[in-house]
Write a protein of this length. Structure first.
Length: 762
């Protein structure tokens, strides 16, 4: 099958090249518009309990769908004072429905009387722009919203999800240019050192770059039919450059080896695709299997990165099997032209001596390499996770600076309470005689829960000691003159007159309008800890598990509930994804190697390299080491997406080298039947190519540490560490040592299985 592909690509080499050049030209134009079609967010499952609650709250209470936060600061003015509030009002003067038709409200401490919108040091205030359209739409309007902010003596920072993802979109485009600017020249230099020929070195860069460009153009078309995350550009480029250059490197190396052995060009192309092309096909299949784990998630962010990664691997494999053979057929012996220095197509003596040494000391090599890998992996036992947020942005980011002020100077729990909604059939008020008792009792149950600092609702205000007290309170609010003669002592503020008394009345009326509707009432449960903490998440879950009052329906939303649902959704599915990827990878390798034990060994050593990369992530991004080198500020946690992203990408990418190495060993085994010789020959003949390919992938990964967003940095570090360790400690030491100890059992398969396994291209 693969030999036939090689013959076809050689015979029709000019037509194949013309098709790829045309596709590249079209994709190049389309890829420049891709960023306009990508979306922020994507970290929520629309079917989760918290998202259902958010939809119900918005529907019943007519609350805004998304918010933009603006933090105003002054080093001298008091945020409670008239001058500060006048400047804040001036800055927001153009934030009106005339300029922003989707704007529902502008909330400040002055307009709604909420003291939680004033910072603890009284030098900052928070303004919230409430929109009645989804976050993605507000994100697209952020450049316009910024222009409407009137400059004043106050310093202003836009933050919140729309501002965060708008800024992240701009940074992603910049990061992509930075990564490419470093990756391609360094990769070209490494390839020059490998091949010694500028022509041979240029081929992997050209074909890898074309595969990435065609992928980005294809994603532009797909983004018109489905939502794609802003991270998909960086993920697709990172994976595409990594595997695309790797695959082309393997093909060019094998082609030069065949030419050096005296084969004519047509035969060299055919053999290259039949042997190296077969390995590349199975390698790509292993990578795509891992990425399918991401596609299975209901979260748009992960699903789109999985699709983007799978598409770029598909085009990289297709490029290696069609475009590259066509170019090699056109170049022929000229693939070695433009010599920089002499590099033979065959392997040198170093790798033969290296393989002989490993074969002679298998136990020492195996024990030593396992010890080193476990040393890298130990920090993983202290991993803590957080949801991607403004903390993922660089320290100079406006969204992050606003976020840090909110976290340091405001009360995050009061700003982001657990939102508990009760609904019931009909249009009765929660304060009606037949309803208030049930609502009041439920409010008291919420106040009694461990970890609750406060419950804000129309039935839990200070002095409301019973349902009759609730009724009296709201009667006095609605008819202040009727109760002026003898107000209940439980509500002393109603005796106050003047502006302060009116402000209090205005505040509770705003609370009622914001938290009640016919057939619905909402409780704002303020946790005793930060809304993103584990205890706040447990509180939200405990409320979700509580039975609703008779005849009522309970919904629980807010940051804590959403975070808990997100993390639960991520990691409840993760073990099944791991099992799926390992099982399918095992089957793919069994088809390739026709062995029972070798695929099992491959899966185990791949997991070891992945654990080592997890340990490196914790050491760098959670413990905060090397912040000066990677230019980031540690939040003390690892983004919850990263372990899953890394497993689904790095597992397949690092498996490439296992496939390259074992495929060559199997060729030798079929020829000789001598396991020790086959292992030594395979290591000697692929050592330089595998190590060089890993070096290029490590360079690609390391170049993404120069980007701005921590998620991209972490993914780059994880892949670089996994691949570098994999191709040095594992593939050229641990794997051959283990195979030397296994002996002929490496290639064993029961007779009944051998008869049933299809021969795919062998």
């Amino acid at each position: 099958m693969f030999a036939a592909i090689g013959r076809f690509s050689y015979k029709h080499r000019r037509s194949v090249l013309a098709v790829w050049v045309t596709a590249f030209a079209i994709a190049l134009v389309a890829s420049t518009q891709l960023h306009k079609e990508l979306k922020g967010g994507g970290f929520a499952d629309p079917t989760s309990l918290s998202q259902v609650a958010a939809t119900e709250i918005q529907s019943k209470l007519k609350m805004g769908v998304s918010n933009v936060s603006i933090v105003f600061t002054s080093p001298t003015l008091d945020a409670r004072g008239a001058e500060f509030q006048a400047l804040e009002s001036m800055a927001l003067a153009k934030m009106t429905r005339a300029d922003l038709p989707d704007l529902a409200a502008v909330e400040t401490a002055a307009t709604i009387g909420d003291s939680s919108l004033i910072s603890r040091d009284y030098h900052a205030a928070l303004a919230v722009l409430v929109f009645n359209v989804p976050m993605a739409q507000v994100q697209g309007e952020m450049p316009h919203i910024r222009t409407l902010l009137v400059p004043t003596a106050l310093t202003a920072y836009f933050t919140g999800e729309p501002a965060l993802y708008s800024e992240m979109e701009m940074l992603s485009q910049h990061d992509l240019r930075v990564a490419e600017a470093y990756t391609l020249p360094i990769a070209l230099l490494v390839l020059l050192l490998i091949f010694g020929s500028a022509t041979a070195a240029a081929l992997p860069v050209v074909t890898g770059g074309m595969a990435v460009t065609v992928t980005l153009g294809s994603l532009w078309g797909l983004a018109h039919a489905a939502n794609f995350s802003i991270f998909v550009m960086n993920t697709a480029t990172l994976l595409g450059l990594a595997v695309g250059i790797d695959y082309a490197l393997l093909m060019v190396g094998r082609f030069r080896e065949e030419l050096a052995a005296g084969e004519p060009v047509a035969r060299a192309v055919e053999t290259t695709v039949a042997r190296a092309g077969r390995s590349i096909f199975f390698s790509g299949l292993a990578v795509i299997v891992g990425l399918c784990g991401l596609i299975s998630y209901p979260y748009m962010s992960l699903r789109s990165m999985g699709i983007g990664g799978a598409v770029v691997v598909l085009f990289s494999v297709t490029s290696a099997l069609t475009l590259l053979p066509a170019l090699l057929g056109l170049l022929g012996q000229r693939v070695n032209s433009l010599h920089i220095f002499y590099r033979p197509g065959r392997q040198g003596r170093f790798w033969r001596r290296w393989s002989d040494w490993v074969m002679a000391h298998p136990i020492r090599v195996l024990v030593g390499t396992v010890a080193v890998v476990l040393l890298f992996a130990w920090p993983v036992v202290r991993m803590t996770l957080e949801i991607p947020s403004e903390a993922s942005m660089p320290p100079g980011s406006e969204a992050r600076r606003g976020y840090e002020i909110l976290r340091a100077q405001f009360d995050p729990a009061a700003l982001s309470p657990v939102e508990v909604l009760l609904t019931w059939p009909g249009d009765s008020s929660p304060l009606a005689a037949g309803t208030v008792q049930r609502v009041y009792d439920f409010g008291q149950q919420l106040k009694a829960l461990p970890g609750v600092r406060d419950v804000q609702s129309v039935v839990t205000l200070q002095g409301m000691s019973s349902p009759p007290a609730v009724t009296r309170f709201w009667t006095l609010i609605d008819h202040p003159r009727a109760g002026a003669v003898s107000p209940p002592p439980a509500f002393p503020f109603l005796l106050l007159t003047g502006a302060f008394g009116e402000q209090m009345r205005h505040s509770v009326e705003l609370l009622r309008s914001a938290t009640t509707a016919p057939g619905a009432v909402m409780f704002r449960v303020v946790p005793a800890s930060a809304p993103t903490s584990a205890s706040a998440q447990r509180l939200a879950h405990a409320i979700q598990l509580r039975p609703a009052p008779p005849g009522m329906q309970l919904y629980v939303g807010g940051v804590s509930a959403g975070l808990r649902d997100y993390l639960h959704g991520l990691f409840s599915r993760f073990p099944w994804i791991i099992a799926f990827v390992l099982l399918v990878t095992y089957i793919v390798l069994m088809l390739l190697l026709r062995s029972v034990l070798l695929p099992l060994k491959a899966v185990v050593v791949n997991l070891l390299s992945l654990l080592a990369s997890y340990g490196a992530l914790v050491w760098v991004f959670q413990f905060g080491h090397l912040q000066w080198l990677f230019h980031f500020k540690s939040s003390g946690s690892v983004d919850a997406d990263i372990p899953i992203l890394l497993f689904c990408t790095a597992f397949g990418v690092s498996m490439d080298y296992e496939v390259f190495l074992l495929s060559r060993m199997r060729e030798a085994w079929l020829q000789s039947g001598d396991n020790q010789w086959s292992v030594g020959f395979g290591l000697a003949s692929t050592g330089r190519i595998v190590t060089s390919a890993a070096l290029i992938v490590a360079v690609v990964g390391a170049s993404f540490t120069l980007t701005s967003v921590i998620i991209t940095k972490a993914l780059g570090v994880g892949i670089a560490v996994a691949v570098a360790l994999d191709a040095t400690m594992i593939r050229i030491l641990m794997v051959p040592a283990a195979m030397r100890l296994l002996g002929r059992w490496c290639w064993w398969a029961p007779a009944w299985l051998e008869r049933r396994l299809p021969h795919i291209g062998e």
